[in-house]
Ligand binder design. Structure first.
Ligand code: PEP
Length: 252
């Protein structure tokens, strides 16, 4: 059966020492709880990845990057390649976050190349998809998500696709305090699973973890995670405090 996953996207937050304290606190708290097969992932800024993988090695935490360059290596000042992430034993990489789509103009075709780059290094993409508020209000949300998946993921073989984690993150819910209702989340997650079954097969669709992201917190996680096709969460703001993140992990 598919994995339940709770992943924290720390974005551009925390000093080195704060980040070290946060992951150490999460690691310590995890020793005391029954994870019930839930995979815990933290995605710190690039400069803290080595510290994070060192701590994660000793416990039940996986580490993810928040971004990657689509090239293998070369003259791309300031960029980080998938092989560099792999050399730090990073397990996951967020790709297609709406903030990257918005502020760095990353489009579906470009994100496809990033997906390929990480898979070539056995790093699992956490591929974010989701519609803007205006797109939902116009009734286009299913089409937007379908096109995002078709253009960035559906070139993969089923073997490659098995490594992908999908995160449905309606853009209007990210950082706004307004989460999708459990019904809205379930409806879109079921739609995504159906698309995967149509492109690949039911077995691949049933094995794919589909996470919900967007103002998910300790108060609403239980109801969201109780939905049949919601396999966990990609958590922004609420992943920056260890107690709240741990509560979310325990919400299954
Ligand atoms: C995110 O940025 O992926 C996210 C889900 O943020 P937040 O939980 O803060 O809405």
């Amino acid at each position: 059966m598919r994995k339940k996953i709770v992943a924290g996207n720390w974005k551009m937050n925390k000093s080195f020492f704060e980040a070290e304290e946060l992951i150490a606190d999460i690691a310590e708290a995890l020793e005391e709880i029954d994870l019930n097969n839930t995979e815990v992932v933290v995605c710190p800024p690039f400069v803290y990845l080595e510290m994070a993988t060192d701590i994660a090695e000793e416990c039940d935490i996986k580490v993810g990057g928040q971004n990657v360059n689509d090239n293998e290596s070369g003259a791309y000042t300031g960029e980080i390649s998938a092989s560099m992430l792999a050399s730090l034993e990073v397990d996951y990489c967020i790709i297609g976050h709406s903030e990257r789509r918005k502020y760095f103009s990353e489009n579906n075709a470009f994100l496809k190349r990033k997906v390929d780059a990480v898979l070539n290094h056995d790093i699992r993409p956490i591929f974010c998809c989701g519609e803007l508020l205006a797109e939902r209000e116009a009734g286009h949300h299913f089409d937007i998500v379908r096109i995002q998946l078709e253009e960035s993921l559906f070139h993969l073989s089923s073997e490659q696709f098995r490594q992908v984690v999908v995160a449905y993150e309606p853009v209007w819910a990210i950082g706004t305090g307004v989460n999708a209702s459990p019904e809205q989340a379930q409806e879109m997650h079921a739609f995504i699973r159906q698309l995967i079954a149509g492109k690949y097969d039911i077995a691949v669709a049933n094995e794919t973890s589909i996470l919900y992201g967007g103002s998910c917190n300790a108060k609403n996680a239980e109801e969201l995670f109780a939905q049949k096709d919601v396999d966990g969460g990609l958590i922004g703001g609420a992943s920056l405090k260890s107690e709240e993140f741990i509560q979310i992990i325990q919400s299954f």
